[in-house]
Design a protein around this ligand. Structure first.
Ligand SMILES: [Ca+2]
Ligand SMILES: [Ca+2]
Length: 338
């Protein structure tokens, strides 16, 4: 049954979305080249359980597992799939976080993984896995609030199918205006988020063609690892590193499994002072409705893409060489695991 509260929330939400999506003259349109998951380890033998190369011109929610491969958030922000590239326009997505002066608008796709522990696709604590999002570096964020990235979110059956935290590995812009690879922790228990680490990649931008964002987990561990690899046009590694190496990236707190999500966010200005109150009420209503009617794979608080909060206090993670555990997919299919 559609309640008055839902109608009010939806109506104001649409007003916000339509009036807020005009903040930047040139829309931010990040491009995702590939999204894949490998289960297992080099020692135990690995198996690629999922890969979307975005090469059939049918955009998400369709994917390799059929027409409902993904759960979409902000579906309007998925703007095209062509020639092996998924282009997003997050300003056309859904508003998520706001202050008095801005709103973050995002779009995301969450792969609907198997929920049965017996299924080989199940990403439980007992398994080891890597999830990858390979982004094109031609469409980069230019201002704070714009980002593209990879999220790992825990899920639990029996408690509303939601866990208590997410790790977001993304390319964004810091307070100095530098492009960075950053790692953010989202805590749904305290409804807060923290930047764990960020590394500037500004000096590599002239040669970087693609960035592989990787969230992985070792066998039996409760913690994730976050890393990235930058490639040039000849698929030579020009930069790599890890984030949060000195911080336990604990994600299993008794939850059952992990889901992988690609995500992009843009920032739009809040239109009129007179509408701020309605804006807040509308978003609160939407959040409330989402909290109660949250589709699988969608979480109530989200990465803002804003590196300002907590950025001064973050410790730069040591830049370590990332071991080449899987071949770069687009040029070396023969090297793919499994
Ligand atoms: Ca497709
Ligand atoms: Ca957790």
């Amino acid at each position: 049954m559609i309640t008055n509260r839902l109608l009010a929330a939806l109506g104001i939400g649409m007003l916000v979305a339509s009036s807020a999506g005009v903040a930047f003259a040139t829309p931010f349109t990040p491009v995702l080249d590939e999204f894949w998951i490998v289960k297992g380890s080099a020692a135990a033998g690995s198996n690629e359980i999922f890969r979307d190369s975005f090469n059939n011109s049918v955009p998400p929610p369709s994917g390799p597992d059929g027409p409902t491969t993904y759960s979409l958030f902000g579906a309007g922000g998925i703007t095209s799939e062509a020639a092996g590239k998924l282009t997003m326009t997050p300003s056309l997505g859904a508003p998520t976080v706001n202050t008095a002066t801005y709103a973050d608008v995002s779009t995301s796709g969450t792969r609907l993984l198997a929920t049965n522990p017996a299924n080989p696709n199940f990403l439980g604590q007992a398994s080891s896995f890597e999830m990858h999002a390979l982004y094109d570096m031609s469409n980069l964020p230019t201002v704070q609030g714009q980002s593209f990235g990879l999220h790992a979110t825990d899920r639990a059956t029996g408690i509303g199918n939601s866990g208590n935290n997410t790790y977001a590995l993304f390319v964004g812009v810091n307070t100095l205006g530098d492009r960075v690879v950053a790692l953010r922790f989202l805590d749904y228990t305290t409804n807060s988020s923290t930047v764990i680490g960020a590394v500037s990649i500004e000096s590599l931008l002239p040669v970087a063609d693609q960035v592989d964002l990787i969230l992985s987990k070792a066998l039996g561990s409760s913690d994730l690892s976050a890393s990235y690899v930058l490639y040039d046009i000849n698929d030579t590694i020009v930069g790599s590193g890890s984030l949060g190496a000195n911080t336990p990236l604990t994600i299993y707190n008794g939850e059952d499994y992990i889901r992988a999500q690609f995500d992009s966010t843009d920032r739009v200005s809040v239109p009129e002072p007179a509408t701020l109150t309605l804006f807040g009420i509308g978003l609160a209503g939407i959040c409330f409705m989402r909290r109660r009617k949250m589709p699988e794979g969608v979480v109530a608080i989200r990465e803002t893409g804003d590196l300002a909060s907590g950025f001064r206090s973050l410790a730069r993670s040591p830049s370590t060489q990332f071991p080449a555990r899987t071949c770069r997919p687009r040029l070396a299919p023969a090297c793919r695991p499994g």
